[in-house]
Write a protein that binds this ligand. Structure first.
Ligand SMILES: N[C@@H](CCC(=O)N[C@@H](CS)C(=O)NCC(=O)O)C(=O)O
Length: 212
């Protein structure tokens, strides 16, 4: 499938936009990105809502095709342009990759986002310490599950020994986790996985940027 330029709507410091940017770079998909959301605004205005009724970023336009929901976008890009790249080769490993993508949305995300907001986007005097303690506990529990998975399987990446689509949503958050000014338990397997991701240029370009 020939790669045409796609349009990505969303600010580059959004974790969900970053998944899409990282994926595009891994697959060599050319794109134009438009700043929207956060301090740029625009995402609650009619023209944007007509594309994405959630009023959240990211949204992509690929020709006449419009899509929102970051993990669905990543799956679409791999399906359309990946030619097998980033997709594990067996149904079991593909299911594993999908499972960790879903788990980021259902479990790790809801645990870590309040912690991130408290520490990075809220001035110290306005922080809800009790809520942050609870978020830290839940986040530690979630990462422990992933640490155990890597320990048990001896996988180098989340869905096998090759980097795949399954690494993208959680890979965005492992960088943020290691940057947060907190005391962290020892997670040697997660650290090894994070170090491997850090060797990838697209990861360094789109994910390892200052947190704002
Ligand atoms: N489930 C959605 C969540 C999207 C989302 O929450 N985006 C955040 C940024 S990470 C957003 O648009 N926040 C409002 C804003 O940036 O103005 C997805 O994965 O795409």
């Amino acid at each position: 499938m020939e790669k045409q330029r796609i349009k990505i709507w969303g600010r580059k410091d959004s974790s969900n936009v970053q998944k899409v940017l990282w994926c595009c770079d891994e697959l060599g998909i050319p794109f134009d990105r438009i700043d929207i959301g956060g301090r740029f605004g625009g995402n609650k205005e009619k023209p944007y809502l007509a594309m994405n009724p959630n009023g959240l970023v990211p949204t992509i336009e690929d020709g006449t095709f419009i899509l929102w929901e970051s993990n669905s976008i990543v799956r679409y890009l791999v399906d359309r342009y990946g030619q097998g790249k980033l997709l594990p080769s067996t149904p079991e490993a593909r299911a594993d990759a999908n499972r960790w993508m879903d788990w980021q949305l259902t479990t790790l995300g809801p645990a870590i986002v309040p912690l991130f907001w408290g520490l990075v986007r809220t001035p110290p005097e306005k922080r809800d310490q009790a809520a942050m303690n609870q978020a830290l506990e839940k986040t530690n529990e979630a990462w422990t599950m992933l640490e155990d998975h890597l320990e048990k399987t001896k996988n180098r990446y989340l869905a096998g020994n090759a980097f795949s689509i399954g690494d993208i949503p959680l890979g965005v958050w492992i960088y943020r986790w290691f940057q947060l000014p907190i005391e962290r338990p020892e997670f040697p397997k997660l650290k090894g996985w994070y170090d491997r991701l850090s060797e990838r240029q697209p990861y360094r370009t789109h994910i390892m940027i200052p947190m704002t």
